[in-house]
Design a protein around this ligand. Structure first.
Ligand code: GLC
Length: 561
């Protein structure tokens, strides 16, 4: 693994810390109206990190990635911004947002804002102006084209949410392009005025003390200047036609890298900020690592989807890790996540392929994998409880309008199941509105009486305590934070075993994926004198020799003495 960052290098906070994603509509409702908000998040900050490393009631995360809180008509629940400089009244005021930054910083928590810069809302004044005529001030701020040769459309580009990517505008007698919903017109990044306006927005938030950005859909900013058709993939029959094209001309263009480089140099004018991007691509790993930039001058952390797209199978997961280890450029730093607001939660994805009736066991194994990788772990709210998708939300309660309003049969699956309210306790609506009896924005998962923060904290064997111990161990172990990664098993069938090590410290991680049988442990390491950091079978702190066998679902994170 020639590309591994040399240890002993001082790490940036975003390399050594744990990031926690909050979906603000459903994390915590402070004003008691059923919808999550900023005051609700402030009231829960101690839960995330109360500044005490030994705390038994606080998770100990280092940064929040906050899904968008800017003003928005909420067609895509905030991923359609109508005012980049303001906070949506649903969430509170700008003053409350500034309080959130200050309160979070007091506890050592950084705030990473989600920035949706590929498109705005169609209700943004820029688009309202742009769509009025062909010759207004903002006429070239979006991607406009005359009707074309095929069914009147300018070309064959599609929307990821289903159907054509072009929508007709009577006033201009032209089409505008939208890679997502028609209410989310794509900005024209080739226009220097657009770029300048957006860069001003970024400075505005950086000046307010934001610690970085997660750039939404950051690989689709540029589109081909000649508007060439995308080639169609031979034999492809995905029901979302978007996946049946090679996206040569509507995403991941060289110009896109130039834009990210410019954003990065803007960020670099400020101390200690992070630039994360959603590399929204088909071929995932290769393309996402290209977003570090040739000279590591683009994204600090490009999100790729290797764990979300993997089955719960050790050989497959290990291969993804090995690939990532090989292709992460020298000097660049990986990042991993299991869940986010766009995909089913991992326990819902994996429980079927694991054929296992014990989701808690999978949750602990998955947590171990995520928090012992060489790379920044990103958690999605509720994952630390073992929350699962609510698959039976009544249709009239669904909120993912960007998808439900898109052409049926082609749109990706509705994403609401993974966005249900955080489960705080076993009171009405899982304590989401601090005791107020109001209907939450999305219904609470029916399992909230068993799966909730209060119950998890009270149970020393809970998934939550496992996460907490893993996070604490990471803080206390240089090997876990920055050590090299190497596997001890060539192709794992039932269990993974790998080492994280610096020259001073060695940590062994063993995870048995088998849910029924013990497994004979045959790995090339010394058997004596391992200190238990985290385990679901042996008490932490104990000095042990490696066992002859790993029990079903046994997990051990051990430090060599
Ligand atoms: C990203 C977001 C997703 C949103 C889309 C359009 O993929 O994660 O939630 O719908 O961009 O902004």
């Amino acid at each position: 693994m020639g590309n591994q960052q040399s240890q002993d290098q001082t790490q940036a906070w975003w390399q050594s810390g744990v990031i926690y994603q909050i979906y603000p509509l459903t994390f915590s409702d402070g004003n008691g109206n059923g919808t999550g908000d900023i005051s609700g998040i402030i009231r829960r900050l101690d839960y995330l990190n109360d500044g005490n490393l030994d705390s038994q009631t606080s998770l100990g995360i280092d940064a929040i990635w906050l899904s968008p809180v800017n003003d928005s008509p909420m067609i895509d629940n905030g991923y359609d911004i109508s005012d980049y400089r303001n906070i949506c009244p649903i969430f509170g005021t700008l003053a409350e947002f500034e309080t959130l930054i200050a309160e979070a910083h007091q506890r050592g928590i950084r705030i990473i804002m989600d920035m949706v810069l590929n498109h705005s809302s169609n209700q943004h004044p820029w688009f309202i102006e742009s769509s009025k005529s062909k010759d207004n001030d903002k006429s070239d701020w979006y991607i406009w084209q005359d009707p074309g040769y095929k069914d009147g459309l300018p070309n064959n580009w599609l929307s990821y949410f289903g159907g054509t990517g072009w929508t007709y505008c009577e006033a201009r007698e032209q089409y505008y392009f939208h890679i997502f919903n028609k209410n989310q017109p794509d900005l024209n990044w080739r226009n220097p005025e657009v770029k300048a306006a957006i860069f001003d927005v970024l400075r505005y938030w950086l000046d307010k003390g934001i610690d970085g950005f997660r750039l939404d859909a950051s690989s689709v900013y540029s589109k081909d200047q000649y508007f060439r058709d995308n080639p169609v993939k031979f034999g492809a029959t995905d029901k979302n036609a978007y996946h049946n094209q090679h996206h040569l001309y509507d995403k991941d263009l060289p110009e896109n890298h130039q834009i990210i480089r410019e954003i990065r140099s803007l960020i670099d004018e400020y101390d200690d900020r992070v630039l994360i991007g959603e590399t929204f691509i088909d071929s995932r790993l290769y393309d996402s690592t290209s977003f570090y930039g040739i000279n590591n001058d683009e994204l600090h952390l490009p999100f790729a989807f290797e764990f979300p797209f993997s089955p719960w199978y050790p050989g497959y997961l290990q291969r993804e890790i090995q690939k990532k280890e090989r292709i992460t450029p020298e000097g660049a730093w990986p990042t991993y996540f299991l869940d986010n607001h766009d995909i089913p939660r991992h326990l819902s994805r994996w429980i079927e392929c694991a054929l296992c009736t014990n989701p808690q066991a999978i949750a602990k194994a998955a947590a171990t994998l995520l928090l012992t990788m060489r790379g920044t772990p990103v958690l999605y709210y509720g994952q630390e409880l073992g929350m699962v998708d609510f698959e039976d939300i009544p249709p009239e309660k669904l909120q993912d309008k960007a998808v439900t309003n898109s052409p049926s049969g082609e749109a990706p699956p509705n994403r609401d199941g993974a966005r249900t309210p955080m489960q705080w306790d076993d009171s009405a609506n899982a304590g989401f509105s601090f005791g107020k009896d109001v209907e939450p924005w999305l219904p609470v998962h029916p399992n909230y009486q068993e799966v909730n923060v209060e119950a998890a904290i009270a149970d020393p064997d809970s998934v939550w305590h496992f996460y907490r111990s893993l996070i604490q161990s990471q803080k206390q172990s240089e090997a876990l934070r920055q050590g090299r990664w190497r596997t001890l098993i060539h192709y794992p069938y039932e269990h993974m075993a790998y080492i994280r090590e610096t020259d001073q410290e060695r940590v062994l991680v063993m995870i048995n994926f088998a849910y029924e049988q013990p497994f004979e442990l045959d790995i090339p390491v010394e058997r004596e004198n391992w200190r238990v950091l985290v385990s679901n079978k042996t008490e932490a702190g104990k000095l042990i020799d490696l066992p002859e066998t790993l029990q079903a679902f046994e997990i051990n994170v051990l430090r060599k003495e």
